[in-house]
Ligand binder design. Structure first.
Ligand code: ARG
Length: 445
C-alpha cells in the first residue's frame, strides 16, 4: 500500500489545531505529524498535549522543551535590542514564532514532509511570522493554513464539526479572550477588549496582581549582567532562564508589567492589545540603565535607531532576514562592555532603577561633580559653544538681515494661517500668542 504524504502541524493542544489535524486528513488525505513546544506557556503538560494530538488523529506528535533555546538564543538578542515594538510591546509572540518554525522545518526534514501547516487566522501577525520564517529556512516547503481556508465561521461551527469528527471539545465555557503566552509574557486580545474605551477586566490577568493589591513595602532586587545578558539576582549566579522566571514572580507580585495599548499590526489593522510582561519589562529597564552607564554617547544614540529597526523586523516576521542578522551583529558588538549590576525598586506597580555599578562605567565622578573635586574644564566650554553654535549663528544673522522676525513667532503665525477656514479655537489661540509676541518684540517689527 502506498504511504500517504506527510504534513507537519504546529500544534498547541487547543481546539483550533486539534480540528486542523482532522481537517488536513479529510481534505488532503495527509498524515499529520504534530509538533508541540514548551516555551514556558501555561499548559497541562507536554504528555497531555501529545495524547490529545494522537487522540485527534495525528500519526505522531513531537514534544519539545524549547525554553532554554528560547531564552539563550532568542531572548538574548531581544535583550541586546531592548526590544520593544512601538516602544512598548516586548514582542512576546513575535519572538516565539521563528523558534517554533525552526522546529517545524526540522521535523519536515526528519519525516520527509513537503508541507507545513499552522493554526493562525488570516488577520494576524502570527501567520506572517510562521510562513516567512519557514520560507526563509527552506524555500521548497509548502504551507497550508486551515483556519484561513475552512468555512467554520463561528466557534459553534467549529465545536459542531469537532464533535461530528470525534474530536474532544472543551467542556468548560470558552474564554472570551484569545491568549498567547510564554516565558516572556502574555498577550490577551478579543472579547470586551475589542472596545478600546473599555477598561480591561481584572480577570484577564494571571501573571500580575493589581498594583493596588501589591505589598505596601517596596521590594529591592539587584540584577547583574555579563556582556548584556542577565547572570545573577541579588548576587546569586543563575541561568538567564531562571532569572526570567524569578523576575516574572518578583515584578508580578508587585503589580508591575501590565500594558494596555493600541498596536499597528503588519496586516494593516489597529488592534487593542493587553499584555502582562513583568519580567521582560523589568529586565529591559535594568539593561537600558546599565547601557546608559557603559555605552559611549554616540553608540548609545545610534543604537536607539537600530533597536527600533530590530523590533520592527522581528514583529514583522523577519527573524531570519539578512537585515535582522546585520543588526544582530551591531547589537552584539555593543554588548561587550555591558557588564555590571543594577538595583531595581518595585513598589505598587512601578519599577524604578535606583542604583547602578559597572567595571566599564563611563561615569566619571571628577567630571560630573559640582564639588571641590571638579576636574571639568569650565573655561573650555566657551570656545566649545562658539564653534558648536557657529553654523546656526551665521544662519540667524542672515535671517535677521532679510528682515525676518524671530522665527518661533513666525512659526506660530503660519500655523494660524494653515488653520484659517477651520474657524477653530486653535486659530484664535495662535493669533493671541502672535499678538502677545508682537507686543513683546516691538523692535523687530
Ligand atoms: N499582537 C501581538 C503580536 O502580534 C500578540 C499576538 C497574540 N497572538 C495570539 N494568537 N493571540 O505579537
Amino acid at each position: 500500500m502506498a504511504t500517504k504524504e506527510k504534513i507537519i502541524l504546529a500544534y498547541s493542544g487547543g481546539l483550533d489545531t486539534s480540528v486542523c489535524i482532522k481537517w488536513l486528513q479529510e481534505k488532503y488525505g495527509l498524515d499529520v505529524i504534530a509538533v508541540a513546544g514548551d516555551l514556558g506557556q501555561d499548559h497541562d503538560g507536554l504528555e497531555a498535549i501529545k495524547a490529545k494530538a494522537l487522540a485527534s488523529g495525528a500519526v505522531e506528535c513531537l514534544v519539545v522543551d524549547m525554553r532554554e533555546d528560547f531564552a539563550n538564543e532568542y531572548l538574548t538578542s531581544a535583550m541586546a535590542a531592548n526590544a520593544l515594538y512601538e516602544n512598548k510591546y516586548p514582542l512576546v509572540s513575535a519572538l516565539s514564532r521563528p523558534l517554533i518554525a525552526k522546529h517545524l522545518v526540522d521535523a519536515a526534514h526528519q519525516f520527509g514532509a513537503k508541507c507545513i501547516a499552522h493554526g493562525c487566522t488570516g488577520k494576524g501577525n502570527d501567520q506572517v511570522r510562521f510562513e516567512s520564517s519557514i520560507l526563509m529556512l527552506d524555500p521548497s516547503l509548502e504551507i497550508i493554513a486551515p483556519v484561513r481556508d475552512w468555512d467554520l465561521v463561528s466557534r459553534e461551527d467549529e465545536m459542531a464539526w469537532a464533535e461530528a469528527h470525534g474530536i474532544e471539545v472543551p467542556t468548560t465555557k470558552a474564554s472570551p479572550y484569545s491568549i498567547d503566552d510564554n516565558l516572556w509574557g502574555r498577550a490577551i486580545e478579543c472579547g470586551v477588549l475589542e472596545d478600546p474605551w473599555a477598561e480591561p477586566p481584572a480577570d484577564i490577568y494571571t501573571m500580575t496582581v493589581s498594583p493596588q493589591d501589591a505589598p505596601d513595602a517596596p521590594t529591592y532586587v539587584e540584577v547583574s549582567f555579563e556582556h548584556g545578558i542577565p547572570c545573577a539576582l541579588d548576587g546569586k549566579q543563575m541561568s538567564y532562564l531562571d532569572i526570567i522566571y524569578a523576575m516574572n514572580g518578583i515584578a508580578g507580585t508587585n503589580g508591575y508589567g501590565r500594558l494596555d495599548m493600541i498596536e499597528n499590526r503588519l496586516v494593516g489593522v489597529k488592534s487593542r492589545e493587553c499584555y502582562e510582561v513583568p519580567g521582560a519589562l523589568a529586565l529591559i529597564e535594568a539593561h537600558k540603565a546599565l547601557e546608559d552607564l557603559c555605552l559611549e554617547r554616540s553608540v548609545l544614540h545610534f543604537k536607539l535607531g537600530m533597536e527600533q529597526a530590530w523590533a520592527e523586523q522581528v514583529y514583522n516576521g523577519l527573524w531570519f532576514s539578512p537585515l535582522k542578522e546585520a543588526l544582530d551583529a551591531f547589537l552584539a558588538d555593543t554588548q561587550q562592555c555591558v557588564t555590571g549590576t543594577i538595583r531595581l525598586k518595585f513598589y505598587k506597580g512601578s519599577c524604578t532603577v535606583v542604583g547602578r555599578t559597572s567595571p566599564y562605567s563611563l561615569y566619571d565622578f571628577e567630571l560630573a561633580t559640582y564639588n571641590a573635586d571638579d576636574e571639568f574644564d569650565h573655561q573650555a566650554a566657551k570656545g566649545f559653544i562658539d564653534l558648536h553654535a557657529l553654523t546656526c549663528k551665521v544662519w540667524a544673522k542672515n535671517r535677521l538681515s532679510m528682515g525676518a522676525k524671530m522665527h518661533q513667532f513666525n512659526a506660530v503665525a503660519s500655523t494660524a494661517d494653515e488653520f484659517t477656514g477651520a474657524g477653530s479655537a486653535v486659530v484664535e489661540a495662535a493669533e493671541a500668542i502672535t499678538e502677545t509676541a508682537a507686543n513683546a518684540m516691538p523692535s523687530h517689527s
